[in-house]
Design a protein around this ligand. Sequence first.
Ligand SMILES: Nc1ncnc2c1ncn2[C@@H]1O[C@H](COP(=O)(O)OP(=O)(O)OP(=O)(O)O)[C@@H](O)[C@H]1O
Length: 272
Amino acid sequence: MVEPTPAPQSPAVDSPSAPPDPRAALSLRGLWKRFGEKTAVAGIDLDVPAGSFYGLVGPNGAGKTTTLSMATGLLRPDHGTAHVHGTDLWADPVAGKARLGVLPDGVRLFDRLTGAQLITYAGLLRGMDRDTVAERTTDLLAALDLTADADTFVVDYSAGMTKKIALATALIHAPRTLVLDEPFEAVDPVSAANIRDILADYVRSGGTVVVSSHVMDLVQRMCDHVAVVAGGHLLAAGTIDEVRGGASLEDRFVELVGGRQSTEGLAWLRSS
Ligand SMILES: Nc1ncnc2c1ncn2[C@@H]1O[C@H](COP(=O)(O)OP(=O)(O)OP(=O)(O)O)[C@@H](O)[C@H]1O
């Protein structure tokens, strides 16, 4: 049996990387993160073209959330850089973050605020004037079908409603680029369709969207570019057609990532 090659424990000092692309919405170079003995992200280089709808896919534990957290200023990389529209995010986080709207995975919200208060708070934090914030809060609540729950505390929201209110806080300042970690998880199909329309419209008007997702069919239909990560490495990246190479994205994903398990070991689960 061929043993998997052990992942390197630190980045090669002289690894040749192209310089960051200043025209890209996101340009990641040599991103690297370890948690103790675990290397979560092992040197990812990725350019997200401005104006693209970019999907990031990978199996559980692949390093998607860690990569997106480092790319958006939420988690400091051990090595590597993240440029947002030409700005080095970790060197100038205020300028970099001003261009980003982020829907993080699993980060706590101020859930003792109502939905309307939480969006308002996000807008004011971004330095927007009260009238614009009020107007956009109303628009966002309506677009995400949350108007009836505007005055409910976020702690009392369902998982899908929480996802939608977090998305609203990422949109309020009309950023140039949106980075959304699993935006459709727990969201009902009608709301998901509304969110897809909002995002498609945003890309048509020149915005850039990066979404992580496990749903290949959704990524294939919605995105124009995709990157596949596994084990902290980038396995493929490009337009959807380049990456899937004539197959479905799902088949190509399984081929790249491997790991289909036999169910023989669960014989005890069969009822007869
Ligand atoms: N704070 C942490 N401390 C220790 N290990 C971590 C931490 N965050 C992530 N990891 C580990 O790093 C690896 C990558 O995790 P990450 O959350 O980035 O994966 P993911 O691709 O987003 O997974 P999923 O699709 O399941 O959400 C996993 O093995 C995870 O256990």
